[in-house]
Design a protein around this ligand. Structure first.
Ligand SMILES: [Mn+2]
Length: 196
């Protein structure tokens, strides 16, 4: 993962010790990184059990395209309360990124042009609509943020903000601290791509 600096921050909602938000970043084959942000329906212990099931699935799933991984995850979650899931695969050699999402997770790319990719309505495990795979080419130093709806929609970085250039761990901690909603679990991922 030498070309992708990355960080995850997760915080349970007020009064809970475990979270239904979970995130995974892992190498899925020689040059491809899988990054996923998940918000299980509800919160607390019941949500955290399904979150652990999803984490295990994502840590162990075989290399495949985003569409196939999502569809296998959907099958795995049938009978649970379901989850919102944003999933991306990044080829660290070329910077090409493939993304798909169901439910209310957010994906933003900050770079020369800021881009927000879309999530389809639905709940993985219950009613996942026809997938919409979106593609993006990352450039050197681009920052990708993925987060759940436990981060306030008021959050945004101004273009050219110095905050965009901080270490990814500083960025994820700031998102949780300054924009996390008290009454919901909050989770976020930051990834910075370098082409050499
Ligand atoms: Mn939520």
């Amino acid at each position: 993962m030498g070309r992708l600096e990355h960080s995850i921050a997760i915080r349970p909602c007020a009064g809970e010790r475990c979270s239904g938000d979970v995130a995974v970043i892992r190498e899925i084959d020689g040059t491809t990184i899988l990054a996923a942000i998940v918000d299980v329906t509800g919160h607390g212990y019941e949500a955290s059990k399904t979150a652990a099931q999803i984490e295990s699935f994502l840590q162990n799933c075989l290399p495949a395209g985003a569409e196939l991984i999502m569809s296998r995850l959907h099958d795995t979650l049938i009978g649970t309360q379901g989850a919102s899931v944003g999933l991306c695969l990044i080829d660290t050699e070329s910077g090409s990124l493939e993304y798909m999402a169901t439910g209310n997770t957010v994906f933003k790319r900050y770079g020369e042009h800021d881009v927000q990719l879309v999530s389809r309505d639905g709940i993985v495990g219950l009613n996942m609509n026809a997938p919409q795979v979106q593609k993006l080419a990352l450039n050197n130093r681009d920052l990708v943020l993925m987060h759940t709806d436990g981060i306030s929609s008021k959050f945004r970085f101004e273009s050219g903000s110095s905050a965009l250039h901080q270490q990814t761990s500083v960025i994820t901690n700031k998102l949780i601290r300054d924009f996390g909603k008290d009454h919901d679990d909050a989770g976020c991922i930051a990834l910075r791509y370098r082409d050499h």
